[in-house]
Design a protein around this ligand. Structure first.
Ligand code: SF4
Length: 188
């Protein structure tokens, strides 16, 4: 290989002399990547979503192929993030398909040192029992001479990606239970 030909194969040379000055297209290709196809090209559909990690709520485009999520990119139509994702949001594909994802309800007993797999119905019953018990224990009919009829035994702290409808239902439920400590992390 002549020196001239070798230099032409060098990505920086192609970036500086070719028509890809940002180095995000042809200049960055190698023989190994030239024939690869982006997962965004082969997807059956693209579903708009919101990054689940923090209260910024960046818009995501979720690419789906054969019923499986294959790629997650920033949504350019999002007024919040305009197509951008931070490294956490850009790695959220692992959250949906990664081997660390849990698909079963897990329970760790008081003072226990390991998680036990339990069925979902049992887990829901256990949560309901605890809510009823905590509500009863924290119930307050009156305080400072005023009737309060509330419970201080339970509180709700919502996550960043709860939407308006979910927050509406959560507020309804916890207010009906008599809870007064109801907050949400979201700022959008
Ligand atoms: S992409 Fe990053 S900044 Fe945006 S919502 Fe997700 S974690 Fe937050």
């Amino acid at each position: 290989m002549g020196v001239h030909t070798w230099i032409e194969g060098w990505p920086v040379y192609r970036q500086l002399t070719g028509d890809d000055p940002t180095g995000r297209g042809a200049a960055a290709k190698s023989p190994a990547t030239a024939h690869r196809t982006a997962r965004t090209r082969t997807a059956d559909k693209v579903v708009p979503s919101v990054c689940p990690y923090c209260a910024v709520g960046c818009g995501q485009s979720v690419y789906v192929q054969d019923g499986r999520v294959t790629q997650i990119e920033g949504d350019p139509d999002s007024p919040v993030s305009r197509g951008r994702l931070c490294p956490k949001g850009a790695a959220s594909l692992q959250l949906t398909t990664g081997p660390a994802r849990e698909h079963h309800a897990l329970y760790r007993r008081p003072h226990g040192s390991r998680w036990e797999r339990i069925d979902l119905v049992t887990a829901m019953d256990m949560i309901a029992d605890r809510v009823v018990e905590a509500r009863r224990k924290g119930w307050q009919w009156a305080a400072d001479g005023l009737r309060t009829r509330r419970t201080l035994g339970i509180a709700s702290l919502g996550g960043a990606t709860l939407d308006n409808e979910e927050n509406y239902l959560i507020k309804k439920l916890f207010t009906a239970l008599g809870a007064v400590q109801i907050e949400n992390q979201a700022r959008i």
